[in-house]
Design a protein around this ligand. Structure first.
Ligand SMILES: Nc1ncnc2c1ncn2[C@@H]1O[C@H](COP(=O)(O)OP(=O)(O)O)[C@@H](O)[C@H]1O
Ligand SMILES: [Mg+2]
Length: 357
């Protein structure tokens, strides 16, 4: 994106002037507001603007825990009137819908067909088991790396990773079976866990990878996380973790090429996360917290942008929040949330937010 990329997000109610955001620099944007205040809608508008202005020179990945954003592929008929008032168009956008697991099983074939008819490019997304660190494997099953099962699993994953090849969940089972240091009881308990993991339907059993080629710059990439039960083993976070890690390293390599005047294989990347408190919680850990904080802290140079939306700013990790350089706040009323925005806005605004809400 050599020229300036100006994103129109609507008109100012009082002056009726268009509100413009500069989108040509990598940045972290934060959208907040109480439930129903229009955060997801604002995120959608920003993404559509980014997509249109980037003209194929950016990859946009939207982590969608509510399963709502594929509607961007539809012309906005209901709100045509309002959209005209707001100066937006009502057209649909190309969407690539990435579904963890098998889309037919997740949605049912009767849903997949109409989605395809709407022009949505729907694809399965699977995670490569060898992309997970030994620690991530243990935390998936809530195992401490200090107890017997954790030790055995950690060892099996590290051994396979040392060989450097792809491995499947079955290979992992075989590696545990071969390890003479592991007791039978521990083995059996681990086999049970692994057989549950196979049934999650999100792991590759062949060596194709959920890599950067999964994503396209000619559509908005919507990752439908709503198909994964939010409670089960932090799987949604795992999917975001692996994707963010892979994109981060692929883009860092591409950036190096750019510096040497070579054409990069991968353009800059925008990652948008709705309901972001689920992924980067203020209290407690999450599988993808570390990579997302690194994304905002170190992402400017390689060209990694973030848009995060939440109804609870106080529930988001403060390290991530403090990196956000643009804040779009819809109505908020909870005192904790107002306070956390005030702490954040100290550098931007002289007055306190409570005078405005
Ligand atoms: N700027 C807007 N123009 C028209 N409709 C909007 C706008 N913002 C939000 N809406 C509508 O209001 C409802 C709630 O918005 P949503 O973005 O889902 O809220 P949130 O994500 O904050 O819970 C949705 O039906 C959405 O289409
Ligand atoms: Mg929402």
């Amino acid at each position: 994106m050599a020229q300036r990329v100006l994103l129109g997000i609507g008109n100012d109610i009082e002056s009726n002037k268009e509100v413009i955001i500069e989108g040509d620099r990598s940045r972290a944007m934060f959208i907040c507001g109480k439930r129903g205040s229009g955060k997801s809608y604002t995120m959608g508008v920003l993404i559509e603007e980014l997509f249109e202005k980037a003209q194929g020179e950016a990859i946009i990945v939207l982590a969608d825990p509510m399963g709502i954003f594929h509607t961007m592929a539809l012309p906005n008929d209901d709100q045509t009137h309002e959209l005209y008032q707001w100066g937006l168009t009502e057209k649909g956008f190309p969407v690539r819908l990435l579904v963890p697991g098998d889309p037919g099983q997740r949605y049912g074939e009767e849903i997949v067909e109409p989605l395809k008819e709407r022009g949505i490019d729907i694809r399965p997304l699977r995670i490569n088991p060898s992309d997970l660190s030994p620690d991530a494997w243990c935390s998936l099953f809530n195992l401490s790396v200090n107890d017997l099962m954790g030790i055995a699993l950690y060892r099996a994953v590290s051994d396979l990773q040392d060989k450097g090849d792809f491995f499947s969940v079955n290979d992992l089972e075989r590696s545990i079976k071969r390890d003479p240091r592991t007791q039978d009881k521990t083995r059996e308990a681990l086999f049970n866990r692994l057989s549950i993991a196979s049934k999650w339907g999100i792991f590759e059993d062949r060596s194709s990878r959920a890599k950067e080629e999964m994503f396209t710059s000619s559509a908005i990439n919507v990752l439908d996380l709503s198909v994964i039960d939010p409670g089960s083993h932090g799987l949604r976070n795992l999917v975001v973790d692996i994707i963010a890690r892979n994109l981060f390293s692929a883009r860092t390599k591409a950036r190096r090429k750019e510096e040497f005047g070579l054409s990069p294989e991968l353009p800059r990347i925008w990652l948008a996360i709705d309901e972001a408190h689920q992924f980067v919680p203020q209290s407690g850990s999450s599988l993808c917290k570390e990579v997302l904080i690194r994304w905002v802290k170190e992402g400017r140079q390689p060209g990694l942008g973030l848009i995060a939306a939440t109804q609870q700013p106080s529930a988001i990790d403060t390290e991530l929040l403090s990196q956000c350089d643009l804040i779009l706040s819809h109505k908020i009323t909870a005192i904790d949330d107002i306070q956390s925005l005030n702490r954040l806005s100290a550098t931007y605004m002289s007055g306190e937010l409570k005078t405005l809400v």
